[in-house]
Design a protein. Sequence first.
Length: 149
Amino acid sequence: MDKFLKRPADILLVEDNPGDVRLVQEAFRACDVDHTLNVVEDGDRALGYLRRQGAYTESTRPDLIILDWNLPNKPGREVLEAVKQDPDLQPIPIVVFTTSRAPQDLQEAYDLRASCFITKPAHFREFVEAIEGIRDFWLGIATLPSAPT
């Protein structure tokens, strides 16, 4: 697939539900895109990963963040806000991928500069199609920013 990144995509999934983590992993495998999917379970760990702190000193800068909105410890909205206020991190696209259908969550995510907001489909095939859409756009059509040197 020469329309996709010429190198493996580095994706950070911030998701506390093990079932959803498994579905995203399976969907990316089914999409046949060269990638590394790193997973953290809550907002505090996400910020530690992105800032290369604590257990994450060797983490890589992701090309894309897939962020659940409803997380323990530090909710997705706080992670999104922190990332978009950090000049080193703010260029990273953030896809909010959530079960929420609340209009106020949608509005808040865009107000905080989410790249897009996707409500998680309930059925596996639709879930895979959503991940394929993320892949096709963010790893194919879009040109992603380079990590700072």
